[in-house]
Design a protein around this ligand. Sequence first.
Ligand code: SF4
Ligand code: SF4
Length: 429
Amino acid sequence: MDKKLEDIFSFETIADDCVKCGKCIPVCTIHNVNADEVTSPRGFIDLLGAYKRGNLELDKTAKDIFESCFLCTNCVDVCPKSLPTDMIIEQARNDIAQKFGIAWYKKTFFTLLRHRWLNDIAFKLGYTFQTCGFKIQEETNSMHSRLSLPILKSDRTLPSLSKTSFLNRHKEELVENGGKRKVAVFIGCLANYNYKEVGESLLEILETLGIDAFLAHDQKCCSAPAYFTGDFDTVDANAKHNIAYFESFAKDVEAVIVPEATCSAMLKIDYEHYFHDDPAWKARAQSMSRKIFMATEWLHNHTDLDKILATKEKDSRLVTYHDPCHARKMQGIHQEPRNLIKQNYNVVEMRDPNACCGFGGITMQSEKYHFAKAAGTPKAAMIKETKAEVVSAECSACRMQINASMGYDKEITTVFKNPIELIAEALKN
Ligand code: SF4
Ligand code: SF4
């Protein structure tokens, strides 16, 4: 990102800067499933410029258009002027939320994200009753609705709930592994409540490396789902809480490691963007960001994990790695997870590992799920072409979407694993 932060949020400047070259169009996730100029990066930019100049009313049609972006940043990556389409759409979604309100079910979800104790109760209740409404596949942490409802169609694979969250399973604040080095763990909501093996695997790796793990129990959701939906009240509450909480232990740890691309990008990059017009909080977000790392990034660059893995047996399974948008495009992390998993697995690249999986956020996963489903189909097809037994990505949102996309093709038997799980499995051999 080579633009100054204050220019990034000037919609008119960005609209004027767009040279309409169209380089962004072939890579645009929404344009590829809805080939219309208004749902393309330069279309969004044009319309947002017109809206800020008072030439376009933020009516239901405009709302529908601005909610169609996947926020995948593919366009930013290829734009010769690095125009931040995703960031101005995030800002516009706050205007949408203020004008139209936020749907009751999203509001309920964001309320849970603001209060972990409430989320714990909700997920416990969900776990108890999930078998009434869903068929559970324990081995893949997934489930299917017993009834075909408008959004919860019976053929859609969803993540199942764990009996106890990762943080509640580990009540201790510090997992001691020798006391020489220490990192804090930010686990993220999906790994906390749904994909429990991610956190357990991370603890196993840290134990092997002799690094103490501070389980930051007072962490709240990074608030990415709320940010992408325009619920800035939730972002404000959770971001300020997390920053103040991280400051309270920052001096005692080398890093805060996050086995999730979206959460780490939110903590490391989007908090600073969110506080762009609040100098005091922006400075605190910037200071905190220096300690935030994706788990594979930190393990690869700050430990001997690759050398330890090289002493372990080879696993015959074929693995393909998908690049989460929030890892590769936002944080430049793509080589680190590959370098680690290739020590023990045969890695085969899919046709376009950098293509967005089509997750897109809460709105895309609910009322606009037809777009998410359409965007996920090519990703599932490229995974199938590799004949890999495992598809990996350091992101539970990608996992949820890729599992759903692969689930529609009954010939696909590939299973999903976070690279942290693959590494922990390799260390046992
Ligand atoms: S690539 Fe950038 S400058 Fe070119 S049309 Fe897209 S947004 Fe505009
Ligand atoms: S962020 Fe993704 S979906 Fe949105 S305009 Fe850019 S390329 Fe298209």
